[in-house]
Design a binder for this molecule. Structure first.
Ligand code: SF4
Length: 480
């Protein structure tokens, strides 16, 4: 068997991308896909559960103002503080202000995509506050100086040998490429940090409006330490994470762990309702929730696009996506990758910044089939493609003029038989000027934007010629 299964053209690509990245991603995602399938098959009512999850999320999206108001009331009643952050800058400013008021020098963090979104670590660093990631994957990528490449497994692109190299270099020791030993090293370094830190920063998987409870679903004990050891706990959570009540949570907990890691339930499910009680022994003395909008309210106005907020961040769509599995998470250009990133980033950042992402899909539909809350990802991708090309009530068209002209030419060629035939003969001839071996590694603009990152397979035959060849084979084969 080949050492690089399912990775066509790996040798050719290896000149352009670090060779280990796609293979490491493919191995990990394949494990998650089979784990998910096994756990899902144990639940006979899985489809009904997905529908209920989808209905609850849609209902919450449509009534978000009501649930957020209820959430705030409940948190205030427990003695917690609630801050509304309209933008990423507002959120960073609020966290910094809280940190300064408490004379914070060191903060420990649990895994949080919301703080990745706002770039909180950099903001803290600039203010002279050391922010230390304590989730193992996040800690590794923090040491490596990169971002996450998967929603739930941030360092999925790295092999154990890579992690050993990073630890050896950054922690100044001789780390072996043994996962158990690497985890032990991280635990030892981080334990001291938990005890030193004046502030714990977390994200949150859900916010229960009924009681004002923050829910954290994790597989490492670090989340508990971050939210209980320091006297100050600040949670930064997107407004889309609110859910109505505890009954809804039971549905999402069943859907989340099975879809994410193929577990029945994650190792830790933590519920935080306000700060430590007056006579309580554990927990922070102060609890602050920063509710992050950062463009979400605008997305809510789009009846098609807003279904993106049904997402419970399980990562299952990335694990089955043929595009994600071959390009890895960094190609998506923002903190959130995979099919969910392809529909979230263009809506949150605007298509001017992320207009390529709706096109980074084969529209095979695998993502929608596995999504535990039935987000119609291919439908939203097509909706966003239309927005990019033609504009809509949310945004004007952002497709650059050369690409619009190319699309116009393609439409003309596909509608005129003679022009189509002429083009399919001309293209291979033109491409032969740039071909080196079996690939084109340097193409003129606009294709150069592709070949800067990886080689392009040349166009070799038109569909009609291929069809004629296949058809004549069928006719000759008496068994067909
Ligand atoms: S879009 Fe669906 S499958 Fe993808 S991360 Fe969100 S909930 Fe999971």
């Amino acid at each position: 068997m080949s050492e690089t299964p399912n990775y066509i053209g790996f040798e050719e690509y290896s000149e352009h991308v670090p060779p280990g990245i796609p293979l490491a991603v493919q191995q990990a995602t394949t494990r998650f896909v089979s784990g998910r399938a096994a756990r899902v098959s144990e639940l006979p009512h899985w489809e009904e559960l997905r529908q209920i999850g989808s209905d609850i999320r849609l209902h919450t999206i449509e009534n978000m103002d009501v649930y957020l108001t209820r959430l705030e009331e409940k948190i205030l009643a427990t003695g917690g503080h609630v801050h509304w952050a309209e933008t990423a800058e507002d959120a960073n400013r609020i966290v910094l202000q809280i940190a300064r008021e408490h004379n914070v020098k060191t903060a420990v963090k649990s895994k949080s995509m919301a703080t990745e979104e706002i770039g909180l670590n950099h903001a803290l660093e600039r203010a002279g506050i050391q922010a230390i990631e304590t989730d193992l994957g996040e800690y590794i990528i923090q040491l490596a100086g990169t971002g996450p490449s998967h929603i739930i497994v941030p360092a999925v692109h790295l092999k154990k040998e890579d992690v050993a190299d990073i630890f050896s270099e950054k922690l100044d020791l001789d780390a072996p490429s043994d996962p158990v030993e690497l985890a032990r090293i991280a635990r030892e370094v981080l334990r001291e940090r938990f005890l030193d830190a004046e502030m714990g920063i977390s994200g949150g998987n859900f916010l229960i409006a009924e009681t004002g409870t923050l829910v954290m679903v994790t597989n490492e004990g670090n989340g508990r330490m971050v939210t209980t050891l320091p006297d100050l706990h600040v949670a930064v959570v997107g407004i889309d994470k609110v859910i109505p009540d505890w009954e809804s949570l039971t549905v999402f907990l069943k859907l989340l762990a099975r879809s994410a890691t193929g577990q029945k339930l994650s190792t830790y499910t933590q519920f935080i309702t306000g700060p430590r009680r007056e006579n309580g022994e554990f927990g922070p003395k102060e609890f602050h929730l920063v509710l992050l909008d950062n463009g979400r309210s605008n997305v809510l106005k789009d009846p098609v696009g807003r279904e993106v907020f049904k997402c419970i961040r399980c990562g299952a769509c990335a694990n089955v996506c043929p595009v994600y599995k071959n390009v890895g998470g960094f190609a998506y250009g923002w903190f959130i990758s995979g099919p969910i990133g392809a529909i979230l980033s263009p809506q949150m950042l605007g298509t001017q910044a992320a207009r390529e992402l709706p096109y980074a899909s084969t529209l095979c539909g695998a993502c929608a089939e596995v999504c535990p809350v039935k987000i119609p990802i291919p439908t939203i991708l097509r909706h966003l493609r239309r927005r990019v090309a033609q504009g809509d009530e949310v945004e004007a068209a952002t497709l650059p003029v050369p690409l619009r002209a190319t699309a116009g030419l393609a439409a003309l060629a596909l509608s005129q038989n003679w022009l189509y035939r002429f083009g399919t003969r001309l293209l291979p001839a033109l491409m032969s000027f740039f071909k080196r071996g079996n690939w084109i590694s340097k193409a003129p603009y606009p294709l150069s934007r592709w070949t800067k990152a990886r080689p392009l397979p040349p166009f070799t035959a038109d569909f009609r010629a291929w069809w004629r060849k296949e058809h004549s084979k069928d006719e000759k084969d008496p068994t067909q």
